[in-house]
Design a protein around this ligand. Structure first.
Ligand SMILES: [Zn+2]
Ligand SMILES: [Zn+2]
Length: 144
């Protein structure tokens, strides 16, 4: 799922569908973004697979459960912990979570579709782990 997500983010969201995804890179004050359409789209596919998998009693159920699990983890990490769209928890001070938060903040530094880096969320370059060993930021919250 992470590889699929990386491909979609790099080549579709930062490609033909940039006009939707750019709402997530802009400093938008509203709660909802056009970019949320991607979550609705993939969430709908997961629901269809789960319902169809339950009716047919086949593998589609587990594909849907896998997509939903990834989506839930992505939501907790990206929307709650990194962007704080829902203020439930602060980012724990683990080396791994600080590294992915820093990588995602680097992804957001660019407002253009061509100049971004770090398209994955859960797997990031070793570079970000080394950065965190040198300095511990007081506030690991990303600015979106
Ligand atoms: Zn992006
Ligand atoms: Zn983001």
């Amino acid at each position: 799922m992470e590889m699929f997500s990386w491909l979609v983010h790099k080549y579709i969201m930062h490609g033909a569908l940039w006009f939707i995804h750019k709402t997530h890179h802009e400093h938008n004050k509203g709660f909802f973004e056009a970019n949320d359409l991607f979550s609705i789209f993939f969430g709908s596919i997961a629901v269809i697979l789960i319902v169809s998998g339950l009716q047919d009693n086949d593998f589609k159920l587990w594909v849907g459960v896998g997509i939903s699990t990834y989506g839930l983890l992505y939501f907790v990490l990206h929307d709650i912990l990194i962007h704080k769209r829902v203020k439930l928890w602060n980012m724990p001070k683990s080396l791994y979570l600080r590294a992915i938060s820093k990588a995602h903040r680097d992804h957001h530094k660019s407002l253009k579709k061509e100049d971004s880096c770090s398209f994955g969320l859960f797997f990031v370059s070793r570079h970000y782990f080394n950065l965190n060993k040198k300095s511990v930021p007081k506030n690991s919250q990303a600015q979106d």
